[in-house]
Design a protein around this ligand. Structure first.
Ligand code: PGA
Length: 252
């Protein structure tokens, strides 16, 4: 039994009406059935969380939100709190996605606050880190990712760290059709695991699932999933097509 169960998560981003969600989910359920050895999670927009929650009830598909506010409630117009996400059926929440860092000014410190909130509110965070092309070309990737992981995951006990999920998403690979090669991804995943070991210990770091994200498609998932430290995928564009996403879930 591997200690880390593979996980494929679909990030719908800002796509999906109720009708579209119903269509996609019904086809997806038929195609993937109930995979026993891997976990599947869908992260739709807030407005269809309830709909998707109802559609995945009784299946093995889990539900994630794409963001949360760090306070459990309050006067924060336009924000959504962790307890509300729990109430809508979520078990997980994506935090620190590069699109939120880029367009909504999220910093590592803010992500750290949100990770603590997720923990407090009983949601498993999927914490995203990743470098831009310029940072990679300047040779800064490993140092930068290590810093992102340290800051975002600061101040948790070993049990909490072991249960959370990290997603390595090179910014230059997101939505561009350019994927990191399996070797490039593995190198960063190993560095993330080494950083996790420094934050806790080797045994804890070995339990953390590290997903790769950035143009994961049916034709590159198998190579990525063959790497030792790649425990799953965070899939954007291809998660909006049932056939493509089902094939990614069925990686070999
Ligand atoms: P992509 O997005 O698969 O469309 O590149 C991945 C992500 O942003 O999570």
């Amino acid at each position: 039994m591997p200690i880390r169960r593979s996980l494929i998560a679909g990030n719908w981003k800002m796509f999906g009406t109720r009708a579209e969600a119903e269509r996609l989910l019904s086809e997806l359920k038929t195609r993937i059935g109930r995979p026993a050895d891997r976990e599947v999670i869908i992260a739709p927009p807030f407005t269809v969380l309830e709909t998707v929650s109802r559609l995945v009830a009784g299946t093995s598909i889990g539900l994630a939100a794409q963001n949360l506010h760090w306070e459990p409630q309050g006067a924060f117009t336009g924000e959504i709190a962790g307890p509300m996400l729990k109430d809508a059926g979520c078990s997980h929440v994506i935090l620190g996605h590069s699109e939120r860092r880029q367009y909504s000014g999220e910093t590592d410190e803010l992500v750290a606050r949100k990770v603590h909130a997720a923990h407090r509110d009983g949601l498993v965070p999927i914490v995203c880190v990743g470098e831009t092309l310029e940072q990679r070309e300047r040779g800064e990737t490993t140092d930068l990712i290590s810093r992102q992981v340290r800051t975002a995951l600061h101040g948790h006990d070993h049990t909490t760290l072991a249960s959370l999920i990290v997603a390595y998403e090179p910014v230059w690979a997101i939505g561009t059709g350019r994927t990191a090669t399996p070797a490039q991804a593995q190198e960063v995943h190993a560095a993330i695991r080494a950083t996790l070991a420094e934050l806790s210990d080797h045994a804890t770091a070995e339990m953390v699932r590290i997903l790769y994200g950035g143009s994961v498609k049916p034709d590159n998932v198998d190579g990525l999933m063959a790497e030792a430290d790649i425990d799953g995928a965070l899939v954007g564009g291809a998660s909006l097509q049932a056939e493509a996403f089902a094939r990614i879930v069925q990686f070999r």
